[in-house]
Design a protein around this ligand. Structure first.
Ligand code: F58
Length: 790
């Protein structure tokens, strides 16, 4: 570790790296100087880890993911290197506000939601555990769009995290790999030579990811697309300036923006190009690294484990077969076997619309050789499994789920329930053919970011109570249970939550225009906006509650703040309508003097990792209310439980396991099970029946329909009302009555301050299993066959 003082290094970087005189330095300069000083300390363990991996000839894990939702890295680095006190002190003596400097860092929003955030937690856990690993993805110039709310509606603007220098990355101009598309395939015998029609270069940018206590650091290598010929000088000299820059602009398009969703047709081709671009570059890089110290390619699976984070890198199957067979002379069967022994695949959704498939026209045009290889992979699979009906190619489509399954030695779901449903539904036949292939690895979250760093009050109390070994052995939180009966301890636990709430409330006052009363229950639903996640169930219950409080204001209501945050895909109109309804309800409800002491509603714009870090420690109640069977796992649910917010939720995804761990008396369960959901759908008029049976629900739906929350524009929300009263595929109406009932149980439980604190503390004490360290250990032993070098 570095012997110099952090403060000296900050000043040195300010002067010599940033070229700034301290007297004139701005927040940005100080933040960069601090980042470089921290980065220097990470680089030391990064190099040591690389050397150790080469010396041990260890198996490396390669995590291929279109998304890494890493958020800010400065505080994370400081926390993991245990530099917090020194950094604070340094800034104090410099007369600067440390928090302002830390919060100046833009979020690296290279992901949409849970899938991308999971990848980021996994990278941190891999480093904490000392497992040699690389994350491979795309260095998007623009991450997930910024969300503003104008007149209650979502407006999107481009995200610009790279408009300032990114402090953590190292450009690798020497790692530049050509990636081709289209063109011709010349077959000779069973092998082929592919000559692409166009090509771009993939240039690597490396970010070190440091683990707890700085003992190990792995690499996140993100690919940026560059033109092979950056500039057409002839055209420039002819005065055609825009045309001269065209090749560069076209090539860059591939890594320009993160795909915000898969709900539009537009951009399909670009999306497939992005997928092939980063997968092909990563595989070539992996083989290059392998070749540098090995000469027998048949032994690749002993040294290389490649995880496909969903189907986005599924082209890795045929691409690796192509590299091994066409380019390296392996027989086709050996190439498939070798590739399969390296590859494994994680499924994150059963929603049919999110399962990727490509029209064979498009696929064949961009990747002509791969289309033939998909057929050969199918044929080989059919030969080995003569009864099989399923195939990767069929009905004019290449189906990436099937392809990934066939090309992986292990396929995993992300919660016990989800894994079971995978076996029964989307992969039913493939599972029957390959009974050993599907395994479960319930998701987890890194406790360094999601407790130690984001909740210093609670983590301080925990460390005072049980020492700090919990940070990388989260099951030690169980040790808190013995403190819970101690009234003074429970008061301290409660006080930490109250202080977090007060802090959030102040922040809201400064930034959102109203400071909520911290004595209200902070009831929080934060996640992507989606019908299956049912933010509309939550807002409907809010409306019913408002109506009921108005009827009877003196019934002893438990004061609540309903907090929402989340982005809707730009083309997902129903989700956007729900955002507008929430904002419109907030406007009416918050202005109502009768209900105001008991009910407030807020939609906080631009949900991202940093906002989650603010909101979760201040939450009292966690809303995890998806239609059972639809949320593969959820990871926000784990963060809330860990930070002492009991869940109101359905038996969906990892909620099931959270409830088992925290105890059913510390979890507010409601709603239909996944099986009941399937049965209920076959009742033709399920929504109408549910509405007829519950006058409270009928009144709330009617208020939405007739425009109660859209004065002067009475049709505005009618679409939502018709949906709930009509098709209601996600069964909002059918689950409403039970949700209402259990929310009132929540009211009474919250009114008992001590009882609630106890329940919250038990949630913390019993959530240790949901550490991503536990998840990664599962992948290491059941899927990757890798090991820790610490
Ligand atoms: C999420 N999927 C699941 N997909 O919905 C969630 O239950 C699970 O906890 C999480 O993965 C981690 O396993 C998810 O986030 C996406 O963001 C897609 C990415 C590609 C475009 C469409 C959305």
């Amino acid at each position: 570790m570095s012997e110099t003082l952090l403060k000296d290094d900050i000043l040195r970087h300010l002067t010599y790296t940033l070229g700034k005189d301290p007297d004139h330095a701005q927040t940005y300069d100080w933040r960069m100087a601090l980042s470089f000083a921290v980065r220097d300390r990470i680089v030391e363990s990064w190099f040591a880890a690389t050397r150790k991996t080469y010396d041990a000839d260890a198996k490396r894990v390669y995590y291929l993911s279109m998304e890494f939702l890493i958020g800010r890295l400065l505080e994370d680095g400081i926390i993991n290197l245990r530099l917090l006190d020194e950094a604070r002190e340094a800034f104090e003596t410099l007369g600067l506000d440390f928090q302002t400097v830390v919060e100046d860092e833009p979020d690296a929003a290279l992901g949409n939601g849970g899938l991308g955030r999971l990848a980021a937690c996994f990278l941190e856990s891999l480093s904490t555990l000392g497992v040699p690993a690389y994350g491979y993805g795309i260095r998007y110039e623009h991450g997930l769009f910024k969300q503003g709310i104008v007149g209650g509606r979502q407006v999107e603007t481009p995200e610009t995290w790279l408009s300032q220098q990114h402090a953590w990355e190292f450009e690798r101009p020497e790692v530049r790999l050509p990636i081709g598309f289209g063109g011709k395939v010349k077959v000779t015998g069973e092998r082929a030579v592919w000559t692409p029609a166009e090509a771009v270069d993939a240039e690597g940018f490396d970010t070190p990811i440091v683990g707890w206590q700085g003992k190990w650091a792995n690499t996140l290598r993100l690919w940026s697309a560059k033109a092979q010929e950056p500039f057409d000088l002839n055209r420039f000299n002819e005065g055609a300036y825009a045309a001269a820059a065209e090749p560069e602009a076209l090539a860059r398009t591939i890594s320009r923006v993160l795909y915000p969703d898969d709900s539009t047709e537009a951009g399909k081709e670009l999306r497939l190009k992005q997928e092939y671009f980063f997968t092909a570059a990563s595989l070539r890089d992996i083989l290059r690294r392998y070749d540098s110290t090995h000469n027998d390619i048949t032994q690749l699976p002993k040294r290389v484990a490649i995880q496909l984070n969903d189907t986005h890198p599924a082209i890795a199957g045929p691409e690796l077969v192509r590299l091994l067979h066409d380019e390296r002379g392996m027989t086709f069967d050996d190439a498939v076997e070798t590739a399969r022994a390296c590859l494994s695949y994680t499924n994150h959704t059963l929603l049919p619309e999110a399962l990727e498939s490509w029209g064979e026209g498009l696929f064949g045009r961009l990747l002509p050789r791969h289309l033939t290889l998909v057929d050969r992979i199918d044929a080989a699979h059919a030969k080995a499994n003569p009864t099989r009906k399923v195939a990767a190619r069929g009905d004019g489509q290449v189906k990436m789920g099937e392809l990934s399954f066939i090309m992986a030695h292990k396929v995993n779901g992300v919660s016990a329930l989800h894994t079971g449903l995978m076996k029964e539904t989307v992969f039913e036949e493939l599972h029957r053919l390959h009974l050993e292939r599907i395994v479960n690895q319930t998701n987890g979250v890194t406790p360094r970011r999601w407790l130690l760093s984001c909740n210093p009050r609670l983590s301080g109390l925990i460390t005072e109570s049980i020492g700090d070994a919990w940070v990388d052995d989260l099951e030690q939180l169980k040790g808190l249970e013995s403190h819970i009966e101690d009234a003074a301890w429970l008061d301290a636990y409660h006080a930490a939550k109250q202080d977090n709430k007060a802090e959030l409330s102040n922040w809201m006052g400064q930034t959102q225009g109203f400071a909520a009363d911290p004595h209200m229950m902070f009831d929080v639903q934060i996640k992507r906006m989606h019908e299956y996640k049912r933010q509309h169930l939550n807002i409907l219950e809010t409306i019913a509650l408002w109506q009921e409080i108005r009827d009877n204001p003196n019934a002893g209501w438990t004061p609540r703040l309903k907090l929402f945050a989340g982005k809707a895909a730009p083309s997902y109109y129903f989700a956007k309508d729900i955002i507008r309804l929430i904002n419109d309800v907030a406007e009416i409800v918050n202005a109502d003097p009768v209900t105001s002491p008991y009910l407030k509603v807020a939609f906080i714009p631009n949900y991202n990792v940093s906002l989650a870090e603010k909101l979760i420690p201040a939450a009292d109640l966690s809303e995890q209310i998806s239609t059972a069977g639809k949320e593969a796992s959820g990871t926000g649910n784990m963060k809330f439980a860990l930070n002492g917010a009991p869940t109101i939720g359905t038996l969906d995804g990892a909620n099931v396991e959270i409830r088992e761990h925290v105890g059913e008396e510390n979890f507010f369960l409601f709603g239909m099970t996944a099986q009941e959901v399937m049965d209920r759908r076959s009742v033709a008029d399920h929504a109408a029946q549910a509405i007829a049976a519950d006058p409270r629900l009928a009144r709330a739906v009617e208020a939405v329909r007739k425009g109660t929350f859209a004065p002067g524009d009475t049709d505005r929300h009618a679409g939502i009302a018709y949906n709930i009263a009509g098709p209601d595929y996600f069964l909002v109406a059918s689950d409403f009555s039970d949700y209402w009932r259990v929310q009132r149980e929540v009211d009474s439980a919250f009114a008992d301050e001590k009882g609630w604190a106890r329940m919250a503390a038990l949630n913390t004490a019993r959530s240790g299993w949901f550490s991503s360290d536990r998840t990664i250990k599962g992948y290491v032993s059941d899927i990757w066959g890798a090991s820790s070098l610490l």
